[in-house]
Write a protein that binds this ligand. Sequence first.
Ligand code: BES
Ligand code: ZN
Ligand code: ZN
Length: 465
Amino acid sequence: MTDFTELLIADRGQTARAIHLVDKDGFAGWVKKRPAEDRALLEANRFDGKTGFEFVLLPRGDQFEVVSAVKDSTTLSPWCLAKLSERLPDGTYRLAEGQPGPAALGWLLAQHRFEDYRSKKDEPERGARVLITVEAARIEETVRLAQATALVRDLVNTPAADLGPAQLEDAVREVAKTAGARLRVTRDGELAEGYPLIAAVGGAATDERAPRLIEFEWGKPADPRVAIVGKGVCFDSGGLDLKPAAGMRLMKKDMGGAAHALALASLIIGSRLPVHLHLLIPAVENAVSGNAYRPGDIVKSRKGTFVEIDNTDAEGRLILADALTRAVEGKPELIVDFATLTGAARVALGPDLPAFFANTDGLAAAVEQAARATQDAVWRMPLWEAYDEMLKSDIADFANASNSPMAGCITAGLFLKKFVPDDVEWAHLDTYAWRDAAKPGRPKGGEALGLRAVFATLSDRYSKD
Ligand code: BES
Ligand code: ZN
Ligand code: ZN
């Protein structure tokens, strides 16, 4: 992975090219104070501070300064330096006025590429664009956020053939190892016995891609216990209720929830947040074979309730149900799960806004506040109990899907809610984990959405300082 630590460094008076960030309100005042050569060049470039992400180089002997338009130079967005980071020549830079703050993240991520599958690189090998900051105390956290985001992107981008349940287990083991935590992996007979829903969904996969529950714990048992759960469907064909081609095309990303959960765990560990963390990743491939679970099958969940399979494509909630049950057994005070759970969440909110659900208004308010503070938007949806009847089954306790096309992300949330007692605070994020169109610092492909918001929620809640 990109070495982000080289790209953001503390200011020790190094020589660096200056970057001026101006917005449309401040531009007229700013430009008046510039030398006549600058003014002439800016005018020739028709640079007026309004042009979004455009920038101009101002010559200084054999060097140059940079001026770039941003939406609001007093509240920088995480992405307002991303285009500069991508396009500027290699070298060292510092902001001429103010500090990068949240924009340092975009500076870092703009230099991350997923090129494992290119025999020829897109661009010739280049050196680094280094940003200097006086906010030395923020460097480590910014680097960790960049690493966590890149981890989500890379895991999601990796094709399903190369990222099955076993490779997802390897990725979790890697984080556990740096944390000094021991991995627990439940498979085969023990999985069938203890986690019948995970075993049922993963039952059609080949032996090398066998289903499993991957877990580790980290932190002091005396600290508040927090469980993080992520949907790890390494490929979602839909099972026997097979998805149509267009719907299946992106389903390598159906482990995006697991990638978010793992990245969140790495942030918690990296910042040594005083919590007792329990990470749970149910990892399966939703495949098709003679062993596949079927519509109409009834599976007894770990919790003991009987679930009728209405549709084998509603598999994520099934594996999460058994993982949530396991999480609850540890008596956490808070559970957060991430999942690429429903197409309905995307119909409702589009690609960029994860739907989030919370079983207390206090937790919901905390997540909304953190989402604003980190500029990582999420949108609360209701756990509208009256829709629970959409999950009724003729012969079992309930079904895994409703036959109504309406409120799909709510009924999915209500299904999960059956496995979380009311006295345990719980948030559920139904995220796309994908970006369909590239933006500066954010290539098309796997994406972390809701990760910074949830990490900030936990930091605010548990940080000692
Ligand atoms: N992984 C999909 C959800 C999904 C689809 C997320 C497209 C993002 C983009 C999930 O397993 C699924 O197939 N859900 C079904 C549920 C339905 C069968 C009740 C859906 O949303 O259509
Ligand atoms: Zn599915
Ligand atoms: Zn799925």
